[in-house]
Every structure is written in C-alpha cells, then in structure tokens.
Design a binder for this molecule. Structure first.
Ligand SMILES: [Fe+2]
Ligand SMILES: [Fe+2]
Length: 245
C-alpha cells in the first residue's frame, strides 16, 4: 500500500535536514525541478495514450493510470516541499521561478522525442531511487520530513519504473532515439541539479552561511558520493544493454 506524505509533514523545519548544507541543497534543488518535470512526464504519457490503441494491452493502460496517479501525487508533494523551502529561505523565489520553467524548451521537441525523453528520465529516476532505497548515503536515514518524502518517492518510482519505457516501446520509439534521449537527459539533469544546488547555496551564503563551510561540505559530499556514483553508473548502463521489449 502506498503512503503519501501530508502537507504539514513537509515543512522542512531544520534548514539542513540532510546532514550538511550542500547535501540538503542538492536534494532541495532536485525538488525545485520536479514539479515541472513530473507535469511534463504526465502530459507526455497522457498524450500518447490518447493517440494509441491500447485495447490489446489493458495491462499497460492500467499501469499508465497508476503512473499518472503517482506522478501527480509526487508533483503535489514537491510543490509543498518547495513552498516550505521558500518559507525557510525567502531569497529562493527567483531561483524557484526559473526552476518552474525548466521543461519549456522540451515542449518544442517532436512528440516521439518527448516520449523518449520521459522514458530516459524515468530510468535516471529509477537509478537514483535504487540508490536511495538501498544505501543511506545520499539521503539521511532518519524520520525527518524531507527524508521520509524522498524515500516514499523512491519507493513509488521503483514501483512504476517500466511504465514510460513500455509506453515508448508500444509507440514504436526506436533504440537510437531512446539512447540519444538517455544521453540528453543525463546531461540536462546533471547540469540543472548542479546549477540549482549552486544557486541555493548562494542564497544561503547571502543569508549568512559560511562560504568556506559550503566549499568543505561540497568537497566531502563529492568524495563520499563516489561509491554511490559507481553503483548508479552501473544502473545507468543497464539501459544501454537492455533489450527493447
Ligand atoms: Fe515521481
Ligand atoms: Fe516516475
């Protein structure tokens, strides 16, 4: 059974909920990007379902229902998380507004490429969710509200991990487009999360946080995350060798 996270429980309370400032801001940055990203996923999959004949694939139709229901819940939960972040760090407003427009350029791409991108983003999400669910380095394993949200989100991502890819395969998207999409989404997501993490850390520094402490935190996080990155790289490569279903 799925347990969602209620609105009040998302008030982060402590500014640095994930052990250190930079590690907290890394996931806060990802949260800022998620409502726009998940709205894009939902719209894209819904559009393809409306165009497709799924009468011979009732299971996929049902899985798409689940996908849309769960991504909608994630989107709403991260909006509340982000509102809590903005209440905690008022200078974040402009950064959050920019984050809300990160998928605008994707809407200009062809419909098949948009669906390929969603399948690829969902693979990246799965790889991160596997890491969060099996190791406690990236997200602190405690009962703080943000860490509970991330673990809940990770569990649901693992539950619907194949839906976007199954939809893409049903729509006839070829391996070339899917691989290109993985390369693009990896570059896009990595760049954006790092840019927005930097922007949030700058907000903290303008609010009085120590620049030196932030640099030390960032260096420690980067070094400590190497085992996680290696495991996630193995998961990332799975996409390249998996047969198209
Ligand atoms: Fe999600
Ligand atoms: Fe998802």
């Amino acid at each position: 059974m799925t347990h969602s996270v209620d609105a009040d429980s998302l008030r982060a309370g402590a500014r640095y909920w994930n052990r250190t400032g930079v590690r907290s801001r890394f996931f806060d940055a990802l949260s800022l990007l998620l409502p726009a990203g998940e709205a894009f996923f939902i719209d894209t999959v819904e559009t393809w379902r409306a165009r497709s004949d799924l009468s011979s694939n009732q299971a996929l139709d049902t899985e798409i229902d689940r996908f849309i229901r769960e991504e909608t819940a994630h989107l709403q939960a991260h909006r509340r998380y982000n509102a809590s972040l903005a209440a905690d760090l008022p200078t974040v407003g402009a950064v959050a507004q920019r984050a809300g427009r990160v998928t605008d350029d994707l809407a200009k791409l062809s419909a098949p490429m948009q669906l390929a991108l969603v399948a690829a983003f969902e693979h990246l999400t799965t790889v991160l969710a596997e890491e969060i669910s099996s190791h406690a380095y990236l997200i602190v394993d405690d009962e703080s509200r943000p860490s509970r949200l991330w673990r809940w989100h990770a569990r649901e991502e693992l539950g619907h991990r194949d839906v976007a890819m199954d939809t893409a395969v049903h729509a006839g998207i070829g391996r070339g487009s899917l691989v290109l999409a993985l390369l693009l989404t990896t570059a896009y997501l990595t760049t954006d999360v790092l840019r927005y993490t930097y922007a949030l850390c700058r907000c903290d520094i303008r609010s009085g946080a120590s620049r030196t402490r932030a640099l030390v935190d960032a260096a420690r996080f980067a070094v400590g995350a190497v085992p996680s990155l290696l495991r996630m790289t193995r998961g990332w490569c799975r996409y390249l060798v998996a047969p198209i279903r």
